[in-house]
Design a protein around this ligand. Structure first.
Ligand code: ARG
Length: 474
């Protein structure tokens, strides 16, 4: 018999059907998690009396052997291996004989695959969160390095108001923090133990799910067998977390691409992180950042694929779900690679401070002038209109705010005094933004210090979790 389910079949299954339905090439990535899950399962089978101690020892030794083969890349997959679960069971029976046939007692591949995915994803979340914190640290370091640099903020890609470049960089620390939190929140739902619900209904065998769950460090046990074998919410959530992280990194990449334009030249990218042209010898292109944008687009499409995959499924398990892993693995691979590359580049990126400050238009101080008038009692709407007229005047006369005389200011409103000159200064403008979340040096400095502490805390937290649950690190 070639397939463990072939008992009820009169004919041999068609080879093309075998090829079409097998998933081994994708799910072999889960091998060590499958084995770890099986070891815990076997311990439970012994505890409740479904196998003897000797059988338990033999099966576990066999599984440890297979784990070694997998880790050393010596495991031989056979063309007849349908998926990772059956490949490992097949090998176990080869090594230890008939006793290996007891491994699958009180278990279905429908609950087994959910366990494998969850064990794998716990490690993945830990890995990704570590990368995210690492990248946050790089943004934070740059933010300290460029603490004194003033740049224009942009809205609609038009110069808006002066800010600290540090403030810009800290915006990404914030975005990544939400990403980190989202991953950790998803972790809670990943960390619900699925094994023991069988194919869809539970089992009459006297299993102890709580025991297996404890062995595998799960904090909760799933409560409905139908829901458990069909639930892929956690997978959808984790892929969404990945895509949103990618979207943040893609938006940062977009700024870098623009800042790297010859006409703008705000940023100095190290040669080693750029690529050249096969035709134009002078070119040094920001292809990495363009590819981050591009890969984000592809991943977004994949996420949509997963949503559509799940949307029509009747309860409970359906084979369609098997396609989830292709999507998951591709997205994880991309987000990991992107985070790693940005961690590298961020540590070495340089900003052209002089060009950045030179390019700020005096008009970015328009709101400061409005607020100057408001502080002197002019209603906001009137102040807005006065400053609008000054801008119009400057454009007509080809002037900036900086070359206007006090008399010229006074011709728009008698309220203007000598102190307006204090206002016409980018640094002063920045430092006046002391409202919560504003770009003043005082605020930004405080934020930098807060982040230093917070990132240290997040790091310790994730390292402790890793020590506690990681299967990869074992
Ligand atoms: N390979 C399947 C998956 O990834 C698990 C096996 C379930 N197979 C089955 N015939 N019920 O979801």
């Amino acid at each position: 018999m070639r397939y463990m389910w072939e008992g009820r079949f009169k004919e041999k299954v068609d080879v093309d059907i075998i090829e079409f339905t097998k998933s081994i090439n994708v799910d072999k990535k889960l091998a060590i998690y499958d084995i770890e899950g099986s070891i815990a399962h076997v311990k439970m089978l012994f505890k409740v009396g479904l196998i003897t101690e000797e059988e338990k020892e033999k099966i576990i030794r066999g599984l440890e052997n297979i784990k070694k083969e997998i880790k050393e890349n010596k495991f031989k997959f056979l063309p007849s291996d349908e998926d990772i679960h059956t490949a490992i069971e097949r090998r176990l029976i080869e090594i230890i004989g008939k006793i290996g046939e007891k491994l699958h007692t009180a278990r279905s591949r429908n609950d087994q695959i959910v366990l494998d995915e969850k064990l794998f994803l716990r490690d993945e979340v830990i890995y990704l969160v570590k990368l995210i914190i690492d990248l946050q640290k790089r943004f934070l370091e740059k933010s300290e390095e460029y603490f004194d640099t003033v740049i224009s903020a942009y809205t609609h890609l038009k110069q808006s108001q002066p800010i600290l470049l540090s403030h810009y960089l800290l915006a990404y620390v914030e975005k990544l923090e939400r990403d980190r939190e989202r991953f950790m929140d998803t972790y809670k739902r990943i960390n619900i133990f699925p094994l023991g619900v069988g194919a869809c209904a539970g089992t009459s065998l006297p299993i102890d799910r709580a025991y297996t769950a404890k062995l595998l460090n799960f904090s909760e046990i799933s409560r409905n067998s139908l829901d458990t074998v069909s639930d892929r919410d956690f997978l959808l959530e984790i892929t969404f977390c990945c895509i949103l992280t990618m979207i943040h990194l893609s938006s940062f990449s977009q700024d870098i691409i623009i800042w790297n334009m010859d006409e703008i030249n705000f940023v100095k990218l190290p040669d080693k992180y750029c690529t050249g042209s096969s035709l134009m010898p002078h070119k040094k292109n920001p292809d990495v950042f363009e590819l981050i944008r591009g890969k984000t687009a592809v991943c977004t499409g994949l996420l949509n694929g997963l949503l559509v995959l799940l949307k029509d499924l009747p309860l409970s398990y359906n084979r369609d779900i098997q396609e989830d892993k292709k999507i998951l693995f591709e997205i994880l691979k991309t987000v990991e690679a992107t985070l790693k590359i940005l961690i590298k580049i961020l540590s070495e990126i340089k900003f052209n401070k002089e060009i950045i400050i030179e390019k700020i238009s005096s008009f970015t101080l328009s709101v400061d002038i409005v607020e100057y008038l408001v502080k002197k009692g002019i209603p906001f709407r009137e102040a807005h209109s006065i400053v609008g007229n000054i801008v119009k005047y400057c454009i007509e006369k080809n002037k900036t705010f900086f070359n206007l005389t006090l008399n010229e200011f006074k011709s728009f409103s008698p309220i203007f005094e000598k102190d307006i000159l204090q206002i016409l200064n980018f640094k002063n403008s920045v430092n006046s933004k002391i409202s919560g979340g504003g770009t003043s040096s005082i605020n930004v400095k405080k934020e930098i210090e807060r982040w230093k502490k917070k990132l240290k805390k997040s790091w310790n937290l994730i390292i402790n979790l890793e020590k506690e649950v990681s299967i990869l690190k074992k």
